[in-house]
Design a binder for this molecule. Sequence first.
Ligand code: SAH
Ligand code: SF4
Length: 348
Amino acid sequence: MSEPIKSYSIASVEGIMRNAGLSVFRAEQILTWIYAKAARSYNDMTNIPKVIREQFALAFPLHTPEITTKQTSVDGSRKYLLKYYDDTLVETVGLPSNDGRFTVCASSQSGCSMGCEFCATGKNGLTRSLMPGEIVDQVLAVQKDFGERVTNVVVMGQGEPFANYDATLAALRIMNHPKLLNIGARHITVSTCGIVKGIERFTEEPEQFTLAVSLHAARQEVRDKLMPGVKNQRLGTLRQALERYSNATGRRFSFEYALMDGINDSKEDLESLITYCRRMLCHVNLIPLNEVEGSPFKPVSPQLMGIWRDQLEAAGIPASTRRSRGSDIAGACGQLASAPLRVWQKMG
Ligand code: SAH
Ligand code: SF4
């Protein structure tokens, strides 16, 4: 059976060459064509013998997604709907800035199975996980459309990256490889809803990729309601895994906390968050909740966000309020959904 070439990691393309009795050098050539030169066909790969190109085209088809829709926000960010070879749809966002950084918010899955109550992606369920090259393709598509080199990637689009761990890591390595996209590991951030096994594996990876964890509540009963998909990943276990992460890597991670009016914004919630973060090498990113059509959740005032930030800082916990971008094109955190939204249910 033929598997798309984009389903393979760098190491597995090298393995394919070895098994075929070819030089590993050919793997680098093919990968460079695909990921550095964005080749759309094996025919383009002129420095590779025709017979190899023909065999590869049959055994490992090369597909490139199409941009089906593009929306531009008043703040300059652009949201794309990409269609893959099997008609799977995924959204991705390009976020230019005037500080020299150009960030892509990439999706790791089409849809998501975690079912977080406040997230548009979660409401639609999972369509399928993406292959490594399909994740990278989002960066290439945005780069091409803007005509500008991408410097940062956040895997914060659709999907839970640690529910698609191997493909996500393989994608990160392609992005990071100096001869491919050459994006610095520290400029690549993966955001997880808190899958402990994934954090444990991530701790062992040699690259300095950055970790973000969606917390949204430091009280178990509140988190269980907001994020039912991680009910079995208890806050205590999550904390232990994160402490190990920082101890082993010496790196700070960030918590994402979207403040929701009357849900996770009480004094008690703040106190629990402070207690939870104490003595951890973390940074708290307070996110304004992005409203999702039909959702019962509402954002809090900017004043309250400021109070939370100041109180966290006063307790010695680095904190910031993140500004939201692309919300006018539903391209902001948690708004990415390529299928019609299901009706929102009230939290029980
Ligand atoms: N599945 C991963 C990564 C994708 S979600 C995760 O959950 O971390 C990217 C970020 O957007 C997460 O922090 C997520 O909790 C947040 N998010 C989801 N819905 C949101 C909403 N409506 N408003 C603001 N942030 C939201
Ligand atoms: Fe999935 Fe993340 Fe959305 Fe939760 S917040 S449903 S884990 S994409």
